[in-house]
Design a protein around this ligand. Structure first.
Ligand code: ADP
Length: 620
């Protein structure tokens, strides 16, 4: 039993093919994790790195409390089950299962107990005397599982173990492996390209594409809140329907969705999560509708309807799939952009060729940026509210509050669009008054509250459970807000991290060798521990273009370090920042008092993240 942590793991083949990029995951003890994605997305490579069958190019792999990057596979206390079983053909089932234990010189009587127990769990006791060739595919896979079980590993790894089985057997083995997980109470990592396997087996699923993690979440959350179009299309059968559309916020707060052949209206109360910058009627978006959320009706009560011609009806018993098209001319055309699938229970008598009205569940629509494909309807959104600045006050969320001095310098009297991320807000006993309208349980004692303040809705994360309808107060961290006026940024949120690009240097000074990080013509001496970590990455570190990511709160102004120009102090009331400059580059760090115009900045090198800029790869 063990926790497994993958920290910024990369795999680069032959110095150029990046098979896995910045893979980060904390796997809980006893968790069932599934890596899923199309062929070539890097899921097996990641699993093989955990197993120790593949070297890790960068990053850290922890199993329990041990850093395992260089631990031999046999010493990692893991068992792996492959697609091709890898059984010894000349050995009996008994000997195949016992093999690993014999190699580890486990006493014979102990082996006997373990083999029989595993055979019992897997229902293969009667085949113990047979050779693999006298077994079916499913039975062979059970023997492979038995061999993994008897070793009593901390972690089980499965690489597409069911791919060689027929559909019926696959479904049966799926439930058997889930049951096995419950019985063994051990960490499972399971690789598959089959989203149904992933959805039915995993506690959490890692969706991958092209070497990058797309999203990590529970099956329900992936289905309800896909972060991009790829995850939306990959998870769920039949697949989500996609249409090109534009969104327009109307005067009454409703949002009009205009697609090529239909228009839908979303009631105002279902639009609070939509990214306001997409509601101008100009930016194209991809509308996503799951087949369950578009259903045939006689007349749509909600008014959200789509008229379409039916191309095909599939009756699957309890489920009916209707394939339709809003454009009659493309009815039988493959890859038609106006085709969609509707899923419902019993067929009310719909036939191919008929014209049907479909009602759409507007609360469950998905929208994605047409280019980058990211969702524009986030579960935890950044909302945009109106803020009126007038003579030293900022009026938003239904109340006026004093304008912090830092904003007073950049915001003239006027009306601004203000971007408010959830992390800028907190529930408190003072601040803007509001009412809780909706509660969403994020798990691990984190709750997302939609709070109505004045006419605005904001989303706030809090660890305490409140009630719907409860009156609350909301505080706003003004340093985390971004203000725009007529499309121009007037005041930007203070970033909690900054990046410096440069090189690692070794310089001979008299008899001593010193190490520096040099950025834009200025240097800071690097400490011993940091230099060690750099040397661990090989001599090439001196040639690499590096990018250091530093948390603003881990940096401080002092007498020595990296020389900077101090521009000004930004006083946000609760927190003050110094704006610093190195040539063209400017960044902010928290600071209460200011030295003169020239100062030095020092940072905690233990907390610095180092990237290779050319490869865009984190070194540590
Ligand atoms: P998946 O398991 O998701 O199908 P893999 O992890 O096997 O994908 O492969 C990920 C990528 O790495 C693919 O593009 C594959 O071609 C590449 N790759 C895998 N093994 C090697 C190798 N030994 N040398 C070079 N490239 C490899």
């Amino acid at each position: 039993m063990a926790k497994v942590s993958l920290k910024h793991i990369y795999k680069v083949y032959d110095g150029k093919v990046k098979a896995v990029n910045d893979f980060n995951l904390e796997i809980e003890d006893k968790e069932f994790i599934v890596f899923v994605g199309p062929s070539g997305c890097g899921k097996s490579t990641t699993l093989r790195m955990v197993a120790g069958l593949e070297e890790i190019s960068a990053g850290e792999l922890w199993i329990g409390d041990t850093l395992c990057n260089h631990v031999e596979p046999k010493n990692r206390n893991i068992s792996m089950v492959f697609q091709n079983y890898a059984l010894f053909p000349n050995m009996t089932v008994y000997d195949n299962i016992a093999f690993g234990l014999k190699m580890h010189k486990v006493p014979k009587n102990e082996i006997d107990v373990k083999v029989k127990e595993a055979a019992e769990i897997l229902g293969i006791t009667e085949y113990l005397g047979r050779k693999p060739k006298a077994l079916s595919g499913g039975q062979r896979q059970r023997v492979a599982l038995g061999r993994a079980i008897v070793r009593e590993p901390n972690v089980f790894l499965f690489d597409e173990p069911l791919s060689n089985l027929d559909a019926k057997l696959r479904a049966k083995m799926r439930t058997e492996i889930t049951r096995l997980h419950k019985r063994l109470q051990t960490t499972f990592i399971y690789v598959t390209h089959d989203q149904v396997e992933a959805m039915t087996m995993g506690d959490r699923i890692v969706v991958m594409k092209g070497g990058y993690v797309q999203q990590i979440d529970t099956p329900q959350n992936l289905f309800r809140w896909p972060e991009n179009k790829f995850v939306a299309g990959f998870i769920g059968t039949p697949q989500m329907n996609f249409f090109s559309a534009t969104l327009t916020r109307e005067k009454n707060g409703k949002v009009t969705v205009a697609a090529k052949d239909f228009t839908l209206t979303i009631p105002a109360e279902e639009t609070y999560r939509l990214d306001e910058t997409y509601l101008d009627g100009a930016k194209p978006v991809t509308l996503g509708i799951r087949p369950d959320d578009i259903r045939p009706v006689v007349k749509a009560k909600s008014g959200a309807e789509i008229k379409a011609k039916v191309a095909l009806v599939e009756e699957l018993g309890t489920q009916t799939l209707i394939y339709a098209n809003t454009n009659e001319d493309e009815l039988m055309q493959e890859n038609s952009e106006t085709a969609f699938c509707s899923s419902m229970g019993e067929n009310p008598g719909i036939c191919a060729g008929g014209e049907v009205i479909f009602e759409v569940n507007t609360a469950k629509l998905h929208f994605f940026d047409e280019t980058c494909e990211r969702t524009v309807k986030r579960r935890i959104p950044t909302v945009t509210v109106k803020c009126t600045v007038r003579n030293g006050t900022m009026e938003m969320l239904g109340a006026a509050q004093p304008l912090p001095p830092a904003l007073g310098e950049s915001l003239a009297n006027g009306v601004y669009k203000t971007e408010v991320p959830a992390e800028a807000l907190a529930l408190s006993d003072k601040g803007y008054a509001g009412v809780i309208e909706e509660i969403d349980d994020l798990g691990k004692e984190r709750y997302l509250y939609r709070v109505c303040c004045g006419k605005d809705r904001v989303f706030i994360i809090d660890g305490n459970l409140h009630k719907e309808g409860e009156n609350v107060f909301v505080t706003v961290a003004a340093d985390k807000l971004t203000f725009t006026c007529n499309g121009e940024t007037a005041a930007e949120a203070i970033s909690s991290v900054f990046r410096l690009n440069g090189k690692f240097l070794r310089v001979k000074e008299g008899k001593e060798k010193k190490h520096y990080f040099e950025t834009d013509g200025v240097r800071i001496e690097t400490p011993f521990g940091f230099n060690q970590k750099m040397y661990d990455r090989g001599r090439s570190v001196f040639k690499r273009e590096l990018s250091l990511e530093i948390s603003a709160d881990k940096a401080e102004l002092c007498g020595e370090g990296l020389p900077v120009t101090v521009e000004n102090v930004l006083d946000y009331g609760a927190v003050k920042y110094a704006r610093l400059r190195i040539n063209e580059k400017s960044f902010c760090i928290p600071a209460d008092t200011l030295p003169g115009q020239n100062a030095c900045v020092k940072f905690d090198f233990d907390a610095v993240k180092v990237y290779d800029s050319a490869l865009d790869m984190r070194l540590f």
